[in-house]
Design a protein around this ligand. Structure first.
Ligand SMILES: Nc1ncnc2c1ncn2[C@@H]1O[C@H](COP(=O)(O)OP(=O)(O)O)[C@@H](O)[C@H]1O
Ligand SMILES: [Mg+2]
Length: 162
């Protein structure tokens, strides 16, 4: 099994999950955030960035493809692929360079738009509203590649640890 599902009751619990995940992050990690508009991808990124200690707030980068946040334990590269029509569209934007920098964490919203160019090792978080417009969300966490398998396995065996 390389995937687990968590239900968070409210935004506070989303924050707790982001804070927990932040403690495991290493330079070169890629987190892919999937889900419809309003599911909470930017919100999750904001909490994770804060947990890593970056001082600047994360705004939605919908109109800017890549935002960098420095000043924390690791730099964060927040990418929003919403406006890309596909992987071909990503060529020339510089997104791929971030996958190979290996010095920070890439947080990628709408990763499904550019599936073909994603790094092999990545953690996917799919967010779904359960009772819109309520605060509960189903979050499905999937390990892609060996980097994340052990962690997801540990979370499956010890749900309290995530
Ligand atoms: N459990 C939750 N997790 C994340 N966001 C939540 C939650 N409950 C309510 N929200 C709200 O839902 C909205 C999510 O918006 P946003 O993070 O911009 O979504 P996306 O980036 O997926 O389009 C925010 O207004 C946020 O405050
Ligand atoms: Mg967003």
């Amino acid at each position: 099994m390389d995937s687990l599902t968590r239900v968070v009751a409210d935004e506070q619990e989303t924050r707790q999950l982001a804070e927990r995940l932040a403690t495991f992050l290493l330079p070169g990690d890629t987190l892919c955030l999937k889900g419809d508009l309003g599911a909470g991808k930017t919100t999750f990124t904001r909490y994770l960035t804060a947990a890593l200690g970056a001082t600047s707030p994360v705004s939605s980068p919908t109109f800017t493809l890549i935002h960098e946040y420095q000043g924390g334990r690791l730099p964060i590269y927040h990418v929003d692929a919403y406006r890309l029509r596909g992987a071909d569209d990503a060529v020339g934007t510089g997104i791929e360079d971030y996958f190979f920098r290996n010095d920070g964490v890439v947080m990628l919203e709408w990763s499904e738009r550019i599936e073909e160019i994603l790094p092999l090792n990545r953690l996917e978080l799919a967010l779904e509203e359960i009772n819109p417009p309520g605060e509960s969300r189903r979050i499905t966490i999937t390990a892609r590649g060996s980097r994340w398998l052990a962690l997801v396995k540990q979370w499956l065996e010890h749900p309290d640890s995530c």
